[in-house]
Design a protein. Structure first.
Length: 267
């Protein structure tokens, strides 16, 4: 097992990402990926393996944090279950296929995609760009197509599900807090499908590495999940107490910082 200081660090990460998952409807993977990649490298893992393990472990942790976040948002009546149900089949298919494909990609290319995606999220919020709200009602076909795109991006970055779901539902005239609650519900199937893809694709690559299950590092998964399960509940409660403008600015700042953190690790 890793030394106790690493376990404590994993739990601290879990507490922070769990709170932010509940607050902003994110799975927490966007925060975990660059930080875990750095920690795994410091622990002596190769750079190539560290990025894939960070992605797989982050998605596995999202299973727990999203479950806690769903419970908290559902208690506030802030989840559109019809929209979530319509997107789940597409999300599961997109996440599973993209996670399997990610194992064959250069980790530097994956990291660059993460950097660009998070930077674009931040820019979109900072400049307050919003597409003209759709006059068309939400349809099952539209939800399915959106789900495939959201699931694919999420599996390649262990993030994006919350960002893209909030953006899509806002475009469809949902208020921000309901969109956040629904994105929390969508984080669960993303995490399940993405984790399955990384476990399968990394099974033979990490078979000789201790404490791994495919591209999931078990000690980090357990420590982060325990802490995030507790803190996600409190984050979700604060979502319904804070003003919408503050939530959007917080989302933008976090996206930019994570983009910079991953970029710094590449140079």
């Amino acid at each position: 097992m890793p030394d106790i200081e690493w376990i404590v660090l994993y739990m601290a990460l879990g507490a922070i990402t769990g709170f932010m998952a509940g607050l902003l409807g994110l799975g927490g993977g966007g925060m975990l990926v660059p930080l875990l990649a750095s920690i795994f490298t410091m622990q002596g893992m190769s750079a190539d393996t560290a990025v894939h393990l960070a992605l797989g472990t982050s998605l596995a942790c999202m299973i727990i944090s999203s479950t806690a976040s769903i419970h908290a948002h559902a208690s506030q009546g802030a989840i559109m279950w019809r929209a979530a149900g319509g997107m789940i089949p597409g999300i599961a298919a997109g996440a599973l296929l993209a996670a399997h494909a990610a194992a064959k990609l250069n980790p530097v290319h994956i990291a660059l995609f993460f950097v660009l995606f998070m930077a674009l999220v931040a820019l979109q919020i900072f400049v307050n760009w919003q597409p003209e709200p759709s006059k068309q009602p939400i349809t099952l076909r539209g939800l399915l197509v959106a789900g495939v795109g959201i699931g694919s991006v999420s599996a390649l970055t262990a993030a994006g599900g919350g960002f893209l779901t909030v953006a899509y539902l806002s475009y469809k005239n949902s208020d921000i807090k309901t969109a956040i609650g629904t994105s929390a519900a969508i984080g669960f199937p993303i995490a399940i499908a993405g984790t399955a893809g990384y476990v399968i694709s990394g099974w033979t690559i990490t078979s000789s590495d201790p404490y791994t299950l495919g591209f999931v590092y078990i000690p980090a998964f357990l420590a982060i999940s325990i802490a995030s399960a507790v803190s996600a509940h409190y984050g979700a409660r604060w979502t319904h107490r804070l003003p919408e403008a503050f939530l959007k600015k917080t989302l933008a700042v976090i996206s930019l910082l994570l983009s910079i953190k991953m970029l710094a690790a590449l140079v």
